[in-house]
Design a protein around this ligand. Structure first.
Ligand code: SF4
Length: 75
């Protein structure tokens, strides 16, 4: 995902639903605060690629591919 241009990862990011969103919403804690990010992920056509990127790169913070860090196995 490009996440506002601060995290350019690869070609799959061109279709990211979050490409024009504030990156900060992907790094908040709590169900209410993270709702906008999770809603974007649910509608995102590159969710699988995003999730695979997070797993391959040990992304231990933030929401990637519709999963929180905890859901991806991080404390
Ligand atoms: S799955 Fe979520 S975090 Fe990943 S690119 Fe799509 S909207 Fe962004």
């Amino acid at each position: 995902m490009s996440r506002g241009g601060s995290r350019v990862i690869g070609d799959w990011t061109d279709d990211a639903a979050c490409s024009r969103m504030d990156v900060e919403v992907f790094y908040v804690r709590g169900a209410i605060l993270s709702a906008p990010a999770l809603a974007a992920c649910r509608a995102c056509p590159v969710r699988d690629a995003c999730r695979e990127h997070a797993e391959s790169n040990n992304e231990s913070y933030g929401i990637w591919g519709g999963l929180t860090a905890r859901q991806r196995g991080w404390p």
